[in-house]
Design a protein around this ligand. Structure first.
Ligand SMILES: [Zn+2]
Ligand SMILES: [Zn+2]
Length: 125
């Protein structure tokens, strides 16, 4: 399959080179309508062949790409620095509450906040 694509690409390039060469040459046959259509056809066919071969060789690896793993948001425990999932409420390693709630307004705050960002309550008291 790979060798076929290489041959196809080379054939396509040869067709383009032939078409351009024939168009630029002073041969009378290239100045007639039929000659021009033949040259244009060869040129377009060459482009199509090269494009198709390069395109298919590029498209194949994309199909083989492994599926990306679902992104699990992680952060580090502020107390023991071990990686913990962002939706954990308590660190499983050191039992530090990861999502403490403000005692005043009840909103979720970070355990390293000194003040509640919602109501200004001092969280370190
Ligand atoms: Zn911890
Ligand atoms: Zn608060």
């Amino acid at each position: 399959m790979k060798a076929n694509r290489v041959i196809g690409t080379i054939l396509g390039i040869l067709l383009i080179v032939f078409a351009v060469g024939a168009y630029l040459s002073d041969e009378p046959s290239s100045k007639t309508d039929t000659g021009r259509i033949a040259i244009l056809g060869a040129f377009l066919f060459g482009l199509f062949t090269v494009g198709g071969n390069l395109g298919s060789s590029k498209a194949k690896p994309q199909v083989k790409l492994p599926e990306t793993k679902p992104v699990v948001e992680t952060k580090n425990c502020p107390s023991c620095s071990k990686p913990v999932s962002a939706d954990f409420t308590v660190c499983p390693y050191c039992a530090t509450p990861l999502k403490p709630k403000c005692p005043s307004c009840g909103k979720e705050v970070s355990s390293d906040f000194k003040l509640c960002p919602y109501c200004g309550t001092d969280l370190k008291k």
